[in-house]
Design a binder for this molecule. Structure first.
Ligand code: 0X9
Ligand code: ZN
Length: 467
């Protein structure tokens, strides 16, 4: 009887150790381990953003660098004057951060619109998560080592400060920047007719002419394309770089918007790959999975950043409308929204080596993409119709994206592809023209610690039972 209990305990112990040794969650250890930094329990003010970004830079100087890419008009409510130009911060995160390396460049921004406060916090969280996890998380290390990641977390500081500067008791519900439209030296807002300000997401030089010319409108396009210092800052940065992937954060409606968004009739040459990436991003959201839709399904809008970055800068581009049902959700919503988006941002940047610029952008007919639970595990794709074999090795981060359109074989939509890794296999029949996601299942793996413990337990058991 006593022996039976001992054997039972040992079996339970072995099972517990075994379970602990199985790696199933590709995103474990990805939460920020904060020493200095943002706390995400309140909305950061402009000055807090400034001081904390520089504090993070001091703590992680090898991989994070903060520069200023422009200055705002500087409306100051206390003095009643335009006397406080504010900085537009650009954060670069990469290994050898001060060098211009030959790595794919990606850009994330937030807060074109002053009142969309979560669209500031999500990029801030992303910055902090990357630098704090770099030394402990293989996926993040790989990403930072293989990309030049740029983040402009607060495109519209003047508007943000006017809208309450993160104080939920001081909300003005302001959307635009603080341009002095009537040129009288004073910023006026009578609530209904907003009088001043330009909608920065109508000021880009893409179908700009069809935006609103009414300065009182909350979507006023401005007096000319790129008339605003905030949009010029992003344009001038982008024109000096080759941005492969662009994510611009807004709120709210829980949507990933796929450009073009300026017209129902505009050509959509990158739909298939953008819907593939967007769908994958959504599936990586642990709590609220966003809908992936055409931007025009929300509404057509001219002069928007996502369209300029796709059409002119040739980036794969998305507008992400964050979750919730308020521009100023309670502070308890900040961290959940950040955590919900973080894995999707990491994933999107993984795809940042695809480039419309240099021709590595996948061609049709479609792509297979996904996540393999184990790095370096071969993914085998077999064309059953012809017997062709192709083997794909996921990159060390576990993500893979296999573009069947680039292979010599001329795939058609009736071909069947089988992907297998021994334990898991999926047969897919392509039915969509933008890709299919296939995730390989994790397979339990024994680690050396487990094997050693097992031997010790068996030996101990032997001694015990021989008494
Ligand atoms: O209107 C906008 O600028 C964005 N929505 S928001 O509620 N955050 O203001 C959507 C822009 C999407 N892009 C296009 N439809 N072009
Ligand atoms: Zn917006």
């Amino acid at each position: 009887m006593r022996k039976g209990v001992a054997v039972g305990i040992v079996i339970v112990l072995i099972m517990m150790i075994g379970i602990a040794s199985i790696t199933t969650n590709p995103h474990k250890n990805t939460q920020p381990n904060v020493r200095v930094g943002f706390t995400f329990d309140h909305y950061a003010s402009y000055s807090e953003v400034k001081s904390t970004l520089y504090a993070l830079q001091s703590q992680y100087p090898d991989i994070m660098n903060v520069t200023v890419i422009g200055h705002t008009y500087g409306w100051n409510e206390s003095s009643g004057k335009y006397d406080t130009p504010r900085d537009i911060f650009l954060v670069k995160i990469s290994d050898n951060v001060s060098a211009d390396e030959d790595e794919p460049e990606v850009l994330i921004d937030g807060l074109h619109h002053a009142r969309e406060w979560l669209a500031l916090e999500v990029p801030l969280y992303f910055i902090q998560a990357l630098v704090t996890n770099y030394s402990t998380n293989d996926t993040i290390k790989w990403l930072v080592d293989h990309r030049e990641i740029y983040v402009v977390p607060m495109v519209n500081p003047d508007g943000y400060v006017y809208d309450g500067n993160g104080d939920l008791n001081a909300i003005q519900d302001w959307r635009k920047n603080c341009r002095d439209n009537d040129g009288d030296g004073v910023f006026e807002n009578d609530g209904w007719f907003t009088i001043e300000g330009v909608d920065l997401n109508r000021n880009y030089d893409i179908d700009w002419i069809n935006g609103s010319s009414d300065p009182n409108s909350i979507t006023y396009r401005g007096p000319a394309p790129f008339s605003e210092p905030e949009t010029r800052a992003l344009r001038d940065f982008a024109l000096n770089h080759t941005i492969n992937l662009y994510l611009t954060y807004h709120s709210y409606s829980s949507e990933i918007l796929v450009p073009p968004g300026y017209s129902y009739d505009a050509p959509r040459p990158y739909d298939y790959v953008e819907f593939a990436i967007g769908t994958n991003m959504s599936k990586l959201m642990p709590t609220t999975q966003y809908s992936v839709v055409k931007s025009t399904d929300l509404y057509p809008a001219s002069g928007a950043a996502e369209d300029w970055f796709q059409s002119v800068e040739h980036a794969i581009s998305f507008t992400i409308e964050l979750e919730g049902n308020d521009f100023h959700p309670p502070t308890s919503s900040i961290l959940p929204a950040c955590e919900n988006n973080y894995p999707s941002m990491v994933y999107a940047l993984m795809t940042g080596d695809m480039s419309i610029h240099n021709g590595t952008f996948p061609a049709k007919p479609y792509i297979i993409y996904g996540y393999a639970a184990y790095p370096n595990l071969p993914v085998k794709a077999t064309d059953l119709a012809t017997g062709d074999n192709i083997t794909v090795m996921p990159e060390s981060n576990g993500f893979y994206m296999l573009n069947l359109g680039t292979l010599a074989h001329n795939w058609s939509f009736t071909d069947r592809i089988e992907i297998s890794n021994g334990a898991a296999s999926t047969t897919i029949l392509p039915t969509s023209n933008w890709g299919v996601r296939v995730d390989l299942q994790p397979v339990p793996e024994f680690n050396p610690m487990f094997v050693t413990l097992l031997i010790i337990i068996i030996l101990a058991l032997g001694r015990f039972s021989s008494k």
